[in-house]
Design a protein around this ligand. Structure first.
Ligand SMILES: N[C@@H](CCC(=O)N[C@@H](CS)C(=O)NCC(=O)O)C(=O)O
Length: 211
């Protein structure tokens, strides 16, 4: 069987999710570092986004689809529970991450630090400050949820953890969100639990470009 290739920058939270999925499934993979909108990415993702994947002649884009392929194409522990309720809960959390948590925490807040678009490249304080009230609310409900179970979608690890971990990794590092992690006891305990797994340790990203 050909080796699965993940294409994308290791700093990307969505690229890291697919690498965590490979590790948890026990699937060997290679990482080909590539930034969004480069020829190797554009050849697979029509919008030039990372990650992209190649497995022999088969190419695929979108992190959730890539993880679903990894889960079904290979033997190994399920990334999405096989029972209907467990599967639905995991997919529900992947969706909440992708449609509510990532847009606020990563696209609005984190990127205002690293890719502000301001002429001098300085963090965009207006965007950062605008994100903070909603981030406090989001941390409050995440902390309530994670107070009831060990992992995002239940008492065992699932793909939902592979989506939230890379995002929370950056939240733990940044000043305002780092304080929010510290103040959210259940989020902090979950974060320690998932980062201690080999899939968390071995996929830790290098610093953002230019830092
Ligand atoms: N829905 C996509 C989102 C991927 C995504 O937004 N990747 C970012 C890097 S973390 C990217 O490629 N950004 C460039 C762009 O949006 O043009 C997925 O789940 O794979």
């Amino acid at each position: 069987m050909p080796t699965l290739e993940i294409i994308g920058a290791p700093q990307s939270n969505f690229v890291r999710t697919t690498r965590i999925a490979c590790m948890e499934k026990g699937v060997p993979y290679t990482l080909t570092p590539a930034r969004p909108h480069t020829p190797e990415v554009d050849a697979i993702h029509p919008l030039g986004k990372i990650p992209a994947m190649r497995h022999g002649d088969f190419t695929l884009c979108e992190s959730q689809a890539i993880c679903s392929y990894i889960d079904r194409a290979f033997d190994g522990p399920p990334l999405i529970p096989r029972d209907p309720v467990g599967a639905a809960r995991s997919v529900q959390w992947v969706s909440m991450h992708n449609t509510s948590i990532d847009p606020l925490f990563v696209r609005q807040y984190l990127l205002a630090y690293f890719f502000s678009g301001l002429p001098d490249g300085a963090p965009d304080r207006t965007k950062i400050d605008a994100a903070l009230p909603k981030m406090h609310e989001t941390f409050a409900w995440l902390d309530r949820e994670l107070g009831t179970r060990a992992y995002v979608a239940g008492d065992t690890w699932s793909l939902a953890d592979a989506f939230l971990l890379p995002t929370m990794y950056y939240m733990n590092k940044m000043p305002e969100s780092g304080e929010m992690v510290k103040a959210s006891r259940n989020v902090a305990a979950w974060f320690d639990r998932v980062t201690a797994r080999p899939s968390g340790k071995e996929t830790e990203p290098p610093p953002m470009p230019g830092r």
